[in-house]
Design a binder for this molecule. Sequence first.
Ligand code: C2E
Ligand code: CA
Ligand code: CA
Length: 403
Amino acid sequence: MLIFDDEIAIARSTALMVQHLGMDAISVTNPEAFFQAVSDWRPTHIILDLIMPGMDGVEVLQSLAKQGCTASIALSSSVGKRVLSAAQRSASEHGLRIAEVLPKPLTLAALQSFLADNDETAPSPDKREKLTPKAFEPITMADVQAAIDGKQFRLVYQPKIDCATQSLKGFETLARWEHPEKGLIMPDRFIPLAERSGLIGPITDQVVDLSLAWFSSIAGVASIAGHSDLSLSINISARTLGSRDFPDDLELICRRTSIPCEQVILEVTETAAMDDQLAALDMFTRLRMKGFQVSIDDFGIGNSSLALLARLPFSEIKVDKSFAMTASKSKESKAIIKSTVDLSHSLDLLVVTEGVEDRETLEYLQSIGCDYAQGYFIARPLSGEQVVHWMLQQNENRAHRLL
Ligand code: C2E
Ligand code: CA
Ligand code: CA
């Protein structure tokens, strides 16, 4: 547990309480020491005082989000409840795992509850993808170019299930960069840079090649496990919308790998589709005519335009993960998911909710008729080999349930 409080006495006494509860604790009183400890020590839990002189707690949360911090975070402060819960929301929407708001002064019981919180869903350290401190060093365009030339990208696949039957529906392909010195680098750190520097094209090509080859290679195992029409989702960037050859190239690769185009879903973020609507309209129409499916990703966080939804030929809406991640604690998030499900169904679109981190949220999705779900509660992104084990295991579990 890492404790950040500018009052040295509070920081130290909190650390003592945590150690008393049997957990390692480090206390820090300034931002430099804090970020150093976050990257070197990789805490599983953080307690952060939101308001410290000369420091902006919201900025600290933003930097943590940028670093891809996966620790469970508790905000502690003596400010009013509304401000704390707004800060909590903003942090969750940045993708941070905010567990609690701890009132000051801290009590042993409150700490105990924080430590017990979401033990069921928190990824155990061995299941997390391992990042080294070097993974956070700055990346340049030349690095990305070298990664493309050296084929340093590796793919992981996250299962997506049918909410009603809980059976496997398909996978989303997510890119990882295995840097020879820096180790594993997550896509949020290189995809935006690749997009800005015009290098996303060759990355998409590699992702498409690798993922379709993999998908075709697991068809046999999938059918043994009782799945004949799984889907494969691939993220494509706004830049790709302007590439004339993309639909034909993709169709060719599908034919070569014997994958029906209908089983391939292309995910485009809402903002990307908004930026150049005409390019998006052209590209989606061509893709749909070939049989591909098109999904609008991260729905609900951009400047959603309902007109755009109706105008562009999407087949699926993907509710941004920030809503499911906060659904168990926020009735606003639940309301947004439910209205998106209702809206999608009235437009004949399928809905996927991603970021499902607990059973309660999955049950909520079932109760409101959401079609599909994806998230750590169901499965984390898995390597190609892990997927095969996961599928066979699921199949075995189902057979046991039927016996
Ligand atoms: P995305 O398309 O919204 O992908 C979902 C992200 O949420 C993934 O992060 C996934 O690991 C994470 N996630 C899934 N379930 C949960 C959950 O229950 N809780 C939490 N907290 N997170 C969850 P990842 O792999 O780091 O990817 C980040 C983004 O990078 C993706 O967001 C996508 O926009 C982009 N990206 C990844 N691979 C590619 C690619 O091949 N091409 C392009 N253009 N973009 C990619
Ligand atoms: Ca996606
Ligand atoms: Ca998304």
